[in-house]
Design a protein around this ligand. Structure first.
Ligand SMILES: *[C@@H]1O[C@H](CO)[C@@H](O)[C@H](O)[C@H]1NC(C)=O
Ligand SMILES: *[C@@H]1O[C@H](CO)[C@@H](O)[C@H](O)[C@H]1NC(C)=O
Ligand SMILES: *[C@@H]1O[C@H](CO)[C@@H](O)[C@H](O)[C@H]1NC(C)=O
Ligand SMILES: *[C@@H]1O[C@H](CO)[C@@H](O)[C@H](O)[C@H]1NC(C)=O
Length: 923
């Protein structure tokens, strides 16, 4: 449906408009002439009457490109000297025909524009650069409707954090451009993910946070923020172009928790602030309209100056329908308030961003003034705060089924925009059709930002923003081979990994009809408690492969291409593998067809507060942080106690259950430390599917490892933190603390130090040697976080130290600035670089909401490893390796049955086999 943006006026409307404009102009001219010659009442015609008249007439122009825009032969962003480029033999997803058109052929780029698509005649071009795509998938550059590039710059430094002003709830006069840092290190990283254009929004702490600006990410020769802008409003530099339609402007709004909590107010206050602001703008607009009605009639007597106010002009433009309003809004209560506001003051809303409950209230969304807003959402991230608690992975599909526009957005750096395509992939996995999943990060956001006359599709005359992919862009781990912006290749010597043939088509995704219906039925909170199979014997048929924990790792122990391959499970244990005649024909049996899928070890998660929290943004739902001995006094009652996460475990959180449903059967969690905290305490191992601590096998291991954090983010110096650690390792401390550190020194229990920075890691390796030399024992040291560990791969390997890190690094802070980004920027990913040196590597996640995606993280690590990691090794990253590195004594024995023989987005976890509880759980 074409619900978004003000559609360009139809030809008929344009004629009518032009006619009215001509009539009113003629009238005004007549009146003007009469008055200027006749002046019956001695009225003084203002000296600037002509410019007033032209200004008044311009008030009614709607934004859009000039009529002759499509006739351009060169882009306004063309960089002199850019050679024309021919991309040959590509599978081109053009974005045309509702995202269904694919053209197999060539693309010619010149003058910053796409000149020809399909069968190209480049005979007239000299100096042609030719790129042979060898059949690779090509899409338009990824367009991000919601980022904070440059204003919440990376790495985060206090000197460049300009995303939110705290000067008040209503700030429509602020402009993100004024804070746009040109040195954000993630411009390049985002381009490495295929992102070419982003809408830089102010933050969401104010109700009206200010004006947003659309930029292209490539470096410019001028090196200024302004030179990055895509079609900025003419008024930005005081230019007025006579008779020209204005360009689109953008404005950020926010409702719900952020403004309320920031200003210690309520939703009622925020809504009143909106109404008050809009009323101010309305009065000004009405004054302007009244003024112009008179001016255009030539009634100059006592007319005075055109009413204006620099602080309110942008909001007046909203009321004139000339601003794309981007509203951060999660819940039904907030969406309802904004829909009412839009109707009370008569302004359209371009998009609701985040909009976690929009899929529950599609009819409400449709009541927005003039047209329904698009919904700019995350694929699966939900539950991180109360207003996101009812978010659903099926939202994209459900909204689309309701005829609403779906956009996937990053909120970069909250979610790394480099992986915006991953959001589209997941939306597709959970049911959004492939054509619309690709549109959700290209043509749809381009349309919502009013730039669909030039970006978001591959057609002649559009900006030459192109991504050449190494696999179908909707497959896991799809990575650009090259990215063009304005016809300029952004990577000089890109590293390309070879992807299997199976990843060269869009995944054929699983069925989710029941889950989708439940999401609506239970208003986002469908029951997730694992259901035990009601029979003693479960027979899996059509089993393609079996991987088991063998020795210290994971090995493939069975492979079959036959439909007659069976696995029989009795009381939670595999009793037969193969044809299993007899065994499979018992009474009291459930049959599950895996359609060529696999049985693999249950995965383990570490790194998030999973197990200590339900909703991380709600302190009353979490265990909370421990007292930290370095940053403040510890009450005498707990002095000398090393805090056990086991004592604070919460079970049955939605993230734990979602993990379980996706094959993550156990978790290791350390006590939470406040920002800058040092001594965390003792981690526990628990089962993610357990309903409470007292059920069998819920608490797997009361104490796994001792956890410490060493960070530059602390208020206490790094040298003090390491000094304290040295003292503890040499017998300092008291009570339990002293005892557990003795166990660390004796090699009985691992010491897990969360640290990112290579210099800190180096100091810890030195400290380890120092202690080992003095005590004659080898310490089991594990580095967690470890973003810069790749810089010391050899030394870490030699020191016998293990590393736990995230699969996708982002240089959020200075201490983890030096990431190894992987293809196309570097040959190896950080994981591959460490594995090459035989370092034992585990993968972690930082947020509970990401636990559910662990199996994708592991598979992705293998896909970008240049063949260093196979499927078994990838599974080990998130199971046996983690168990080893975190001191998990008894290996988790759960097995996961996955349906579907294809790639990761073509399969689905259907059952969990639990030997400990002697049962099979159907998920
Ligand atoms: C290709 O373009 C050239 C001029 O640029 C023209 O002379 C020639 O006829 C064209 N060839 C075809 C097959 O259209
Ligand atoms: C395009 O590339 C594919 C894959 O390398 C190849 O099989 C095919 O022959 C190529 N087609 C043309 C027209 O070059
Ligand atoms: C002002 O901005 C417009 C639109 O970006 C541009 O065409 C024009 O050259 C600029 N004028 C000046 C004086 O910078
Ligand atoms: C890693 O281990 C393998 C097998 O033990 C060995 O051949 C190889 O040299 C080691 N590589 C490094 C960099 O230590």
């Amino acid at each position: 449906m074409d619900g978004m943006g003000s559609p360009p006026p139809s030809a008929k409307k344009r004629v009518k408009f032009a006619f009215l404009a001509t009539v009113s102009y003629a009238l005004a001219t007549l009146v003007y002439l009469l008055y200027s010659t006749y002046r019956p009442f001695g009225t003084a015609l203002p000296i600037n009457a002509e410019s007033i008249v032209s200004r008044c007439k311009a008030l009614h122009l709607t934004p859009g490109p000039p009529d002759n825009f499509r006739a351009r032969t060169k882009s306004d962003r063309f960089v002199q000297g850019t050679k024309p480029t021919l991309i040959r033999n590509a599978s081109i997803w053009t974005g045309q025909d509702d995202g269904n058109e694919v053209v197999h052929g060539d693309i010619l780029l010149d003058g910053g524009l796409i000149k020809q698509v399909g069968s190209v005649n480049a005979s007239g071009y000299a100096n042609l650069v030719v790129l042979d795509a060898a059949g690779a998938w090509v899409t338009p550059g990824i367009v991000d409707l919601h980022s904070h590039h440059g204003v919440a710059s990376t790495p985060v430094l206090t000197g460049a954090y300009d995303v939110d002003s705290l000067q008040g709830l209503v700030l429509p006069w602020l402009r993100s451009l004024d804070g746009l840092n040109t040195h954000d290190e993630t411009y390049r990283l985002s381009m490495a993910g295929g992102v070419t254009t982003t809408n830089v929004l102010p933050g969401s702490l104010a109700a009206i946070g200010g004006q947003a600006f659309v930029i292209k990410l490539r470096p410019t020769t001028e090196r200024s923020p302004s030179s990055m802008l895509l079609e900025p409003p003419y008024t930005l530099n005081g230019t007025t172009v006579e008779g020209q339609r204005p360009r689109w402007r953008h404005m950020k709004h926010a409702c719900g928790e952020n403004p309320s909590l920031t200003f210690s107010m309520t939703r009622m206050d925020t809504q009143w602030a909106f109404r008050q602001a809009y009323n101010t703008a309305r009065l000004l607009k009405e004054a302007q309209d009244a003024y112009c009605a008179k001016a255009l009639m030539g009634e100059w007597t006592g007319l005075g100056e055109f009413p204006e106010d620099l602080q309110w002009e942008a909001l007046v433009d909203v009321l004139r329908g000339r601003v794309k309003v981007h509203t951060h809004c999660y819940e039904a209560v907030d969406l309802d308030g904004m829909v009412r506001l839009s109707n009370e003051f008569k302004f359209p809303i371009a998009a609701f961003h985040h909009a976690h409950e929009a899929y529950l209230v599609p009819d409400l969304i449709k009541k927005t003034y003039r047209h329904p807003p698009a919904l700019a959402i995350f694929a699966v991230a939900a539950g991180y705060k109360r207003e996101a608690f009812r978010g659903s992975e099926f939202a994209a599909r459900i909204l689309n089924d309701n005829g609403l526009d779906v956009v996937m957005k990053s909120d970069h750096p909250l979610l790394n925009s480099r992986h915006l395509i991953y959001e589209a992939q997941q939306a597709h996995y959970y049911g959004l059709p492939a054509n619309l999943a690709l549109a959700s990060v290209t043509s749809t956001p381009a349309r919502i930002m009013g730039q669909d006359h030039r970006i978001g599709r591959i057609i002649e005359g559009f900006d030459a923003d192109i991504v050449v992919w190494d696999s179908h862009p909707l497959t896991l781990g799809a990575t650009p081979q090259q990215v063009f912006i304005d016809g300029i290749a952004q990577f000089e010597d890109p590293h390309v990994s070879t992807k299997p043939k199976s990843l060269q088509h869009a995944p054929i995704t699983p069925q989710w009809e029941k889950e989708m219906a439940d999401a609506i039925k239970y208003e986002g909170l469908p029951p997730l408690e694992p259901k035990t199979a009601k029979r003693n014997v479960v027979v899996f048929r059509n089993v393609g492969s079996i991987y088991l924990k063998v020795g210290g790792g994971v090995k493939q122990v069975f492979a079959s291409a036959s439909q007659d391959s069976f696995v029989v499970v009795e009381e939670g244990r595999i009793t037969c593998t193969g044809t299993c005649v007899g065994a499979r024909e018992q009474a009291d049996t459930i049959h599950i067809d895996l359609e060529g899928g696999s049985i693999t070890p249950g995965l383990t998660t570490y790194g998030s507060p999973l197990g200590l929290t339900h909703i991380i943004g709600e302190p009353s739902t979490t265990d909370g942080p421990v007292f930290d001995p370095l940053s403040g006094p510890v009450p005498s009652l707990v002095g000398g106690t090393l805090i056990k996460a086991a004592d604070g475990l919460v079970f049955a959180s939605r993230d734990a259950y979602l993990g379980y449903h996706n094959g993550v059967t156990s978790a290791v969690v350390a006590p939470m430390v406040a920002a800058g905290g040092f001594l965390a305490g003792l981690s526990a191992v628990f089962s993610t599917g357990a309903t409470h601590k007292l059920v069998d096998a819920a608490l797997v291991q009361e104490v796994a490892a001792v956890h410490v954090v060493v960070s530059m983010a602390s208020t206490v110096s790094v040298s003090t933190q390491i000094g304290a650690l040295r003292r503890l390792l040499f017998g300092g401390g008291e009570g339990e603390v002293q005892r557990y550190f003795q166990d660390v020194v004796a090699g009985i229990i691992p010491l897990v130090v969360n640290m990112e920075n290579a210099d800190i890691i180096a100091s810890l390796i030195t400290l380890k040697k120092e202690v080992e030399a003095a005590k004659g024992n080898s310490i089991r040291l594990t580095i967690a976080g470890a973003t810069e560990a790749h810089l010391l791969a050899k030394e870490i390997s030699e020191a016998g130290v293990g590393v736990i890190l995230q699969q996708r690094p982002i240089p959020t802070f200075w201490e983890k600035r030096r990431i190894l980004p992987g293809p196309p920027l570097t040959e190896y990913s950080a994981i591959a670089a460490l594995v090459r040196y035989n370092v034992t590597v585990g993968i972690m996640v930082d947020q509970s909401t990401n636990v559910r995606n662990t199996r994708f993280d592991a598979a992705w690590a293998a896909l970008e490893s240049n063949g260093i990691l196979g499927k078994a090794e990838a599974l080990a990253l998130a199971s046996t390796n983690l168990e080893t590195l975190l001191g998990v004594g008894e290996r988790d024995a759960h097995l996961v049955a996955t349906r579907g023989a294809g790639s990761d987005f073509e399969s689905k976890v259907v059952a969990i086999i639990s030997p400990r509880s002697k049962s099979v759980y159907i998920v």
